[in-house]
Design a binder for this molecule. Structure first.
Ligand code: ADP
Ligand code: MG
Length: 230
């Protein structure tokens, strides 16, 4: 049985879902607890990235979360993997994200520092809260994470803006006994784009760089949230 299941969701494209799914998996991965990235995006960005070079050192597999029986198949994959499972969801389509959210311990929602992306985040948080009310418990929890963070006013005021767009009541429910927004923010930095071209994760490309450090800190926060939810 998987140690943790993390779904990376946002209906917006280009917010850093694939970058976050792969980088987080790289930070969670160890021999004892191997990471598995499930690429649910028909565009296959995560699979493509992993095949540009000699591989990430952990598996990246394509999954179809739109078909009949998708939830059952995903359940089986999760049951048969012993480490961490990170699901990279496609933008736009609701069903794959809903299937992933229903089986996730934690839904990670990357939000890039753009007003339009902050506004669109409510679609993802609604999806998580719908999944939770359907399951009738406290799972999945949601954690918003600021990506492509920079010096803009939007980045600075992001948590407050998110609270406004999502609505206070829903915002406060996202993570019942943790923060709705991760303390770790992922800065907008060139190496995160460069590493994709060489088929390397940021941990392989610049293990001591700022981005790898940030994703390591995010991985710690994510594990802590999941533990609290157990
Ligand atoms: N923190 C970041 N700093 C710089 N570039 C980033 C960062 N996060 C993502 N990117 C780049 O932004 C683009 C979109 O990111 P991606 O992870 O593919 O988003 P999504 O999966 O949500 O569509 C990619 O070119 C990626 O390399
Ligand atoms: Mg993607």
């Amino acid at each position: 049985m998987a140690q943790s299941v993390i779904a990376v969701i946002n209906q917006k494209g280009g917010v850093g879902k694939t970058t976050t799914a792969v980088s987080l998996a790289a930070c969670l991965h160890s021999k004892k607890s191997p990471a598995l990235v499930l690429d649910a995006d028909p565009q296959g960005s995560a699979v493509g990235w992993s095949r540009m070079g000699d591989g990430f050192g952990f598996a990246v597999e394509a999954v179809d979360l739109t078909s009949d029986g998708a939830a059952r198949a995903l359940k089986q994959t999760i049951a048969s993997h012993d480490g961490h499972v990170v699901i990279d969801c496609p933008p736009e389509a609701k069903q794959p994200a809903a299937v992933a959210a229903a089986l996730a311990d934690l839904v990670l929602i990357p939000v890039s520092a753009s007003g339009l992306d902050v506004m669109a985040t409510k679609r993802a948080t609604d999806l998580v809260l719908d999944a939770r009310s359907m399951l009738g418990g406290e799972r999945p929890r949601a954690l918003l994470v600021a990506t492509k963070f920079d010096r803009t006013a939007i980045a600075r005021d992001m948590a407050q803006m998110l609270r406004g767009f999502i609505g206070e009541a829903d915002f406060d429910q996202l993570n019942p006994d943790g923060p709705a927004v991760a303390a770790t923010r992922i800065a907008n930095l060139v190496p995160l784009r460069e590493c994709t071209a060489s088929g390397l994760t940021i941990v392989q490309y610049q293990p001591k760089g700022k981005s790898a450090q940030e994703y390591r800190a995010l991985a710690k926060e994510v594990l802590k949230q999941i533990k609290q939810g157990e």
